[in-house]
Design a protein around this ligand. Structure first.
Ligand SMILES: C[S@@+](CC[C@H](N)C(=O)[O-])C[C@H]1O[C@@H](n2cnc3c(N)ncnc32)[C@H](O)[C@@H]1O
Length: 280
C-alpha cells in the first residue's frame, strides 16, 4: 500500500477535523495535522481514493459512510486502560462511597445500584467496579447494574469477550486475578459472577437523546476521556452526567481531570483516600 505520497492540505485538514469534532468531540488543534494525516492515510489508500479531499467526500456522502466513520473512530481514539487503575480513588469508592450508598439506600428501602462507566474502552474499568462491588459484600440480593459504554466498536467487542492479557493486569493484585479470572490460552477470562453485573453498549457521549435513555444512575465513572475534548465539549459531557446522576450521586474523573471552570453543579467531597465530585 503506497501511502507516503499523500499529503493533507490545510483546508481539508480543517474540514476533516471539524467533521470529527462535531461527531464525537475529539479535538485536533493546529499542531495535530500530521497526526491525522498519518493515521488516516491507510484509509485513503484502502478505498483507492486520490487524496484526502476525496476521502472527506467519501466520509460525508458514500453509502458506506457510517461504517467508515466507525473505522475512523477506532483509529483515532486512545483506548489505553487496565484493571484497578488509580488505586486511591478506587479505595474511596470501595471503602467509603459504596458503604455510604448501601446505608442510605438501605434506610430508604431501596435495593438497586446503577453505575455507568462512560468511555470504558476494553472493559477493565467496569469489570474492576464489579469486582469491588462483589468484594464489598454489601449488595448481595440487590439489583446491581454496571453499564460500560464507548464510541469504539472495536474495544466493545473485546470488552464483551472478557479475556485479557498481561498488560491489563499491571496494577492488579494476583489475589484479585485468581479470585475473579480463569486462565484460557495464555489469557485470563473474567468469571461469570462478575460478567453478570456488567453490560456493554455503544454510546457517543455527544448523543444527548441516546444518553437520556439511560435513566438515572448513582455513580458515573468517566476517567481519562474528557482530556481529549475541548472546553465546550467537556462542558456538554459534564452536563449529561449531571442530568443522569441522582442528587448526591458521584462523578469519578481521571486524576488529571477536574471540573474547574466547567460546572458548578458538583462539589468536591473529601474522603480518606481521595477527593471525588458529588452532585450537589
Ligand atoms: C483512554 S480510554 C479510558 C478508559 C478507562 N475509562 C480508563 O480510565 O482506564 C478513553 C476512551 O474514551 C472513548 N471515547 C472517546 N470519545 C468518546 C465519545 N465521544 N463517546 C464515547 N466514548 C468516547 C475512547 O473510545 C476510549 O476507549
Amino acid at each position: 500500500m503506497i501511502t507516503h505520497e499523500l499529503s493533507l492540505s490545510d483546508t481539508t485538514y480543517r474540514l476533516l477535523k471539524e467533521f470529527i469534532y462535531r461527531h464525537c468531540g475529539l479535538f485536533f488543534d493546529d499542531g495535530n495535522k500530521y497526526l491525522l494525516e498519518r493515521r488516516l492515510a491507510n484509509r485513503v489508500a484502502l478505498h483507492q481514493l486520490r487524496d484526502f479531499q476525496e476521502y472527506y467526500y467519501y466520509l460525508m456522502y458514500d453509502k458506506n459512510r457510517a461504517e467508515e466513520l466507525n473505522a475512523v473512530i477506532d483509529i483515532l481514539t486512545i483506548n489505553e486502560t487496565y484493571f484497578f487503575r488509580e488505586v486511591p480513588q478506587l479505595k474511596a469508592f470501595a471503602e467509603e462511597i459504596l458503604p455510604e450508598i448501601a446505608e442510605a439506600k438501605g434506610r430508604a428501602g431501596e435495593r438497586s445500584l446503577r453505575i455507568w462507566s462512560a468511555g470504558c474502552s476494553t472493559g477493565e474499568e467496569p469489570h474492576t467496579v464489579a469486582m469491588l462491588v462483589l468484594d464489598s459484600g454489601l449488595f448481595a440480593g440487590w439489583e446491581v447494574e454496571i453499564f460500560g459504554s464507548d464510541i469504539s466498536h472495536r474495544v466493545l467487542k473485546i470488552a464483551r469477550k472478557g479475556e485479557y492479557g498481561p498488560s491489563s493486569f499491571r496494577c492488579t493484585d494476583p489475589l484479585h486475578r485468581d479470585k475473579y479470572f480463569t486462565p484460557v490460552d495464555g489469557k485470563w477470562r473474567i468469571i461469570d459472577p462478575v460478567r453478570r453485573l456488567v453490560h456493554f453498549g455503544y454510546l457517543n457521549l455527544f448523543d444527548s437523546s441516546r444518553i437520556a435513555l439511560l435513566g438515572e444512575v448513582d455513580i458515573v465513572f468517566c476517567r481519562n476521556v474528557i482530556i481529549y475534548f475541548d472546553k465546550e465539549g467537556k462542558k456538554k459531557v459534564i452536563t449529561e452526567f449531571e442530568n443522569r446522576l441522582k442528587t448526591g450521586g458521584y462523578l469519578l474523573l481521571g486524576h488529571s481531570e477536574s471540573l474547574m471552570n466547567l460546572s458548578t453543579a458538583f462539589r468536591l467531597k473529601h474522603f480518606k483516600h481521595d477527593m471525588v465530585y458529588q452532585k450537589a
